[in-house]
Design a binder for this molecule. Structure first.
Ligand code: B12
Length: 200
């Protein structure tokens, strides 16, 4: 397989049988005869997050309601809790009022909750990517929010291991966040996005 992947002089470094449902893991090394021109690599530059005190001073007096859930049939909740929970330095610590609907929540239910709570921010976590289900979740949320006439008044953010900002925007989200995201990154993005209309 390594040879077919283009590796020259491949060697197996380790092999490990996992659970029968998950197959085996082979660690391999080899030489990849590809020249990479660093100048041609697209470099993604994220905006520097705002300082904690600036975020909190803007958010806390405004009572901003946020609805969050892992979407579809996704049970992976750890990442979303990192983003929300005060004890993980999540966005609650700045005064965002978070309604965590839990795991495997339908898009319909998320939008219903947005109306019930008066939320202007929806956060979905979509970790599993089999059959591009993460893309379907993002597109579905954007589509249904538009059909219900809610889209213009909502900031929609998606996150997950395979979610990039570019992909999320292509799928109708306002932004996407991948591995290593912190609550501060998200809070900072939200402050910039929510205060923009007031500045104009
Ligand atoms: C723990 C785990 C589970 C636990 C989840 C427990 C829980 N309560 O969350 C359990 C055992 C339930 C589970 C089940 C399954 N899992 Co699982 N799981 C994992 C594992 C090992 C870690 C995930 C995790 O917690 N990461 C730590 C968090 C902090 O990182 P994160 O999720 O990436 O989150 C960060 C960012 O992505 C981002 N982020 C995430 N969400 C959001 C949302 C917003 C709004 C924002 C802004 C940011 C954001 O910020 C977070 C913090 O930095 C991963 C492998 C891995 N190492 O990633 C597999 C993994 C995700 N699982 C996988 C699979 C296949 C499954 C199962 C289908 C297995 C099976 N055959 O049953 C089931 C699916 C169940 C379901 N219906 O969802 C695959 C997914 C493959 C794919 N690409 O689709 C992985 C990658 C393992 C693998 N290599 O195959 N899993």
């Amino acid at each position: 397989m390594a040879k077919r992947m283009g590796l020259v002089e491949p060697e197996v470094m380790s092999r490990r049988m996992m659970h029968p449902a998950e197959g085996s893991v082979f660690e391999i090394k080899g030489i990849l005869e590809v020249v990479i021109d660093r100048n041609e690599l697209p470099v993604i530059v994220r905006e520097k997050p705002l300082p904690d005190d600036e975020i909190e001073a803007w958010v806390r007096p405004r009572q901003i309601q946020v609805v969050a859930a892992t979407v579809g049939e996704d049970e992976h909740s750890v990442g979303l809790h990192e983003i929300l929970d005060i004890k993980h330095g999540g966005i609650e610590k700045y005064g965002f009022l978070c309604h965590d609907l839990g795991t495997s929540v339908s898009i319909e239910r998320i939008l219903d909750a947005a109306v019930e709570t008066g939320a202007c921010v929806l956060l979905i976590s979509t970790i599993v990517t089999h059959a591009h289900v993460h893309e379907q979740n993002m597109r579905g949320l954007h589509r249904l929010a538009t059909e219900r006439g809610l889209r213009d008044n909502l900031v929609l953010l998606a996150g997950g291991t395979q979610v990039t900002d570019e992909l999320a925007r292509e799928c109708g989200m306002d932004a996407g966040f991948g591995r290593g995201t912190t609550g501060r990154d998200v809070a900072s993005f939200l402050v910039r996005a929510l205060r923009k209309p007031q500045a104009e």
